[in-house]
Design a protein around this ligand. Structure first.
Ligand SMILES: [Zn+2]
Length: 54
C-alpha cells in the first residue's frame, strides 16, 4: 500500500526520504524546515526536500 511511513519509520532510519516527506508538497520539511518539492517521474509522484536530499 501507499501508506506514508515518515512518522513511524524509526527502524529504517530514513532510508527513504521520499517517504519522509511524502505528500508534503509546499510544506516545510520535518527535518530542516525547507519547502518540500514534488516531482513526477514516470507518473510516479515523488516528494523530496532539496536540502536533506543532497
Ligand atoms: Zn529537509
Amino acid at each position: 500500500m501507499d501508506v506514508p511511513v515518515y512518522k513511524e519509520d524509526q527502524l529504517t532510519g530514513g532510508y527513504n526520504q521520499h517517504c519522509y516527506v511524502y505528500d508534503l508538497e509546499g510544506k516545510p520539511c520535518k527535518r530542516c524546515g525547507k519547502t518540500i518539492i514534488k516531482d513526477e517521474i514516470s507518473s510516479r509522484k515523488t516528494f523530496y526536500c532539496d536540502r536533506c536530499q543532497s
